[in-house]
Design a protein around this ligand. Structure first.
Ligand SMILES: CC(C)(COP(=O)(O)OP(=O)(O)OC[C@H]1O[C@@H](n2cnc3c(N)ncnc32)[C@H](O)[C@@H]1OP(=O)(O)O)[C@@H](O)C(=O)NCCC(=O)NCCS
Length: 169
């Protein structure tokens, strides 16, 4: 299925549950998300609302015919202090059945366009050790590797390094 069959649009609250399922798959199976336990539907909705109310975008990719949510991309707070207000941290998650079809690229591209419209200046990514897909994807858009923090994560009984990337818009 070509990527051109997918559509990208702004997410609505009705998408929060599907987004949550995508995140929970990653929590359960990988170190790409440092949470240990699944996020409840209620907490997923609270995340959705606080993201939107905080002035950050959430985009979804919708699969053709089924209209299933195939992935999402969002911005969120990097740090709370006032001086960081033009900086945001991005997330892109693609449902495991829809990977490697160009959707991560499609969503990240549209997210960065949106970020610029919203007047963000610096976009940060935090990439766990071993996530080559994510490193390659962000490099395509000009993200620069800032550095790798050693063993700042712990999951599945092991320490995990974390690489920070940044793009100035
Ligand atoms: C990282 C992720 C978003 C990529 O999404 P995707 O839709 O599968 O990626 P795309 O099809 O758009 O691929 C874009 C490029 O990324 C790289 N890439 C994607 N998947 C890859 C993989 N499994 N291995 C190596 N490179 C990969 C390639 O350079 C690819 O370009 P190519 O297909 O022309 O070679 C997806 O793997 C994912 O959701 N992973 C789990 C969640 C996550 O880690 N999110 C990022 C943390 S913020």
């Amino acid at each position: 299925m070509s990527k051109s069959n997918y559509t990208v649009r702004e997410a609505t609250e009705a998408d929060a549950s599907a987004i949550n399922d995508i995140v929970n798959y990653e929590i359960g199976t990988s170190v790409n998300n440092f949470n240990y336990s699944s996020r409840s539907e209620e907490d997923g909705l609270a995340w959705f609302r606080s993201t939107i109310n905080g002035g950050y975008p959430i985009l979804v990719a919708v699969a053709p015919e089924t209209n299933a949510i195939a992935g999402y991309a969002s911005l969120g707070s990097f740090r709370q202090k006032d001086g960081y207000r033009f900086t945001a941290e991005y997330s892109v998650y693609i449902h495991q059945d829809h990977r490697r079809r160009g959707l991560g690229r499609l969503l990240l591209r549209d997210l960065l366009i949106k970020a610029k419209e919203l007047n963000f200046h610096a976009i940060i990514g935090s990439i766990s050790e071993g996530n080559e897909a994510s490193l390659k994807l962000c490099a395509e858009f000009g993200f620069r590797v800032v550095g790798t923090m050693r063993e700042n994560g712990y999951k599945f009984d092991r320490w995990i390094d974390n690489t920070f990337v940044e793009l100035i818009l």
